[in-house]
Design a protein around this ligand. Structure first.
Ligand code: C2O
Ligand code: CU
Length: 565
């Protein structure tokens, strides 16, 4: 009898948790990729969306959950979807980059993608990973602590995604084909956006500016994503500081600041304390762009922090302070101030490095093909490379070629050291160094290798910051600096105590950054610059991490509905 009572009691309890859980978190999503009409900057055009939304739907989960997304391609072109910053242990199959881990989903087809969350907690995002389709096909991923676990900071009263984007009046597909055809740089976007809106400083936009309502005295969590294509951004809120508590899906030590910097690919969780006089305050973002003679969209996007209450709002609120466009110092003061929360992941910075990799990351030029005219520097075509190899995408994805032993899709032996040594960051460099090789080479890593990877920016064609991103891993940013990496002196200054755990690191213009990670995720994983034009020009390579010995150290089997090439 008592037993029966307990069962009934448990069932009632469970019924409640079930309802409680499912009212907030869903484990199966439908993503319908389709065109939709959107009006911005006084004109209407058709854009690629997920479920007709721009930005797209939010995926929410708890730490450690597994979620499924049914992706239906109801558009006119091939598409893939990537879960940026989700490590997907042993499951590169549904990671998403086209021709790396899958062939694209063709129009009319469907792919059920499994997202395996593990240690990530905070904010990440998803985006299309084919051509330039991610310009409008992207959205936030929110990973809450496990049930009954708390944030490592006071619970905010409410939260809001703040997603930065870029808007072109032109069809983005045209922007993409145009610059790849001419060999020149891509057209700049016409506006930056916050949650899809350019804001008050643009014509026809004022009434639709994104507004966030707050109560005086309460604290809010901003889940910030930079989904822009080609721009690192400064962001700040007029008269308010923010306190950064997380980055790239991991908590950080609280950092209170009057501006943040965020590159494409990065995410930031920041608390905002509504501690000012009730009124309207601008939030604003604009470019951080350090390249000399590199054109960029220099507009400012705004949203409004709107206090609840009875008051007459000021008619034109002042814009917040933002560092100047090329303020590298301001950018790297911010990046350098981020610290991981070591008590959350004790002593996990790997100390015994087994595999040293050093790579140059460069913008390059290729000679113009005979009989053509090219719009790159001095009549060349732009390219970009890692260790002087400009990546050429294969026509069958590398993961399948690896798994089914298909020959001549890729080759091993990507150089793990720069093939030419020169003063990488010198002001003048011989023109012949600008020309890269082209190829589809991968870096093979043994399971469990402890990797230290140094990214060395070069001044070829022109130095600029590169936000480097790796799929399948998080890494510790143990150091960065200006000029050439010095392998004797620079490692002495590494932070091996509390470096932030990231998935995207900004390598300073004419400088370097060093990261460390353990290769305990078997599979095929893309590494690339998250400035979309550099990716399109070939600044990418692939890691193949071999299986380990244990049964949970090997690749999971492919899903039954892998898209076919
Ligand atoms: Cu944001 Cu290859 O990814
Ligand atoms: Cu780059």
């Amino acid at each position: 009898m008592l037993f029966l009572k307990t069962v009934i009691f448990l069932q009632i309890l469970c019924g409640f948790c079930f309802i409680g859980l499912h009212s907030k978190i869903q484990h199966d999503y439908n993503f319908v990729v389709k065109e939709a009409q959107y009006t911005r900057l006084c004109s209407t055009k058709s854009i690629l969306t997920v479920n007709g939304k721009f930005p797209g739907p939010v995926i929410s989960a708890h730490q450690g959950d597994t979620v499924y997304v049914n992706v239906y391609n109801k558009g006119q072109h091939n598409i893939t979807i990537h879960w940026h910053g989700v490590k997907q242990p042993r499951n590169p199959w549904t990671d998403g980059p086209e021709y790396i881990t899958q062939c694209p989903i063709r129009p009319g087809e469907k792919f059920r993608q499994k997202i395996i969350f593990s240690t990530e907690e905070g904010t990440l995002w998803w985006h299309a990973h084919s051509d330039w389709s991610r310009a409008t096909a992207h959205g936030a991923i929110i990973i809450y602590p496990k049930e009954n676990r708390a944030y490592p900071f006071p619970k905010p009263h409410a939260e809001v995604p703040i997603i930065f984007g870029e808007w072109w009046k032109q069809d983005v597909r045209k922007v993409f084909t145009e610059f790849l055809t001419t060999g020149g740089g891509p057209n700049n976007s016409d506006a930056l956006t916050i949650n899809g809106q350019p804001g008050d400083l643009f014509s026809c936009s004022k009434s639709e500016t994104f507004k966030f309502n707050v109560d005086q005295g309460k604290t809010y969590l901003l889940r910030i994503v930079n989904a822009a294509m080609n721009l690192i951004l400064f962001f700040s809120v007029s008269k308010h500081n923010v306190t950064v508590v997380g980055a790239d899906g991991f908590y950080t030590k609280p950092l209170t600041t009057d501006y943040i910097v965020i590159s494409p690919g990065q995410t930031i969780d920041a608390l905002l304390y509504a501690n000012q006089e009730p009124n309207h305050y601008y939030m604003a973002a604009r470019a951080y762009s350090s390249g000399t003679a590199v054109p960029f969209d220099n507009t400012t996007t705004t949203a409004i922090l709107q206090y609840n209450g009875n008051y007459t709002p000021i008619s034109s609120p002042p814009l917040p302070y933002l560092p100047y466009y090329n303020d590298t110092q301001a950018a790297f003061n911010f990046f350098g101030s981020l610290r991981g929360l070591p008590n959350k992941y004790p002593k996990t910075v790997p100390l015994n490095v087994t595999t040293h990799i050093e790579t140059t990351i460069s913008v390059n030029t290729l000679p113009c093909p005979e009989g053509h005219s090219c719009a790159g520097p001095n009549g060349t075509r732009f390219a970009a490379s890692i260790n002087n190899i400009s990546f050429v995408a294969p026509s069958i994805d590398i993961l399948e070629a690896y798994h089914y032993h298909i020959k001549r899709v890729y080759s091993k032996g990507f150089p793990t050291f720069p093939p030419f040594l020169f003063n990488f960051t010198a002001e003048y460099l011989p023109l012949e160094l600008q020309i890269p090789k082209q190829g589809t080479k991968v870096i093979v890593l043994n399971y469990g290798s402890v990797v230290e990877l140094v990214f060395q920016g070069t001044n070829l064609v022109g130095g600029i910051d590169h936000p480097m991103h790796i799929h399948g891993f998080n890494f510790y940013v143990v150091g960065f600096g200006y000029g050439n990496f010095d392998k004797e002196k620079d490692p002495m200054k590494y932070n091996l105590i509390d470096p932030p755990l990231k998935n995207t690191v900004v390598v300073p213009k004419n400088g370097w950054a060093a990261i460390r990670f353990r290769a305990t995720n078997p599979g095929v994983w893309l590494m690339h610059c998250h400035l979309e034009r550099h990716l399109s020009w070939g600044m990418e390579t692939v890691f193949i991490v071999k299986n380990g010995k244990g049964s949970n150290e090997t690749l999971l089997p492919p899903p039954p509905d892998m898209p076919r090439c």
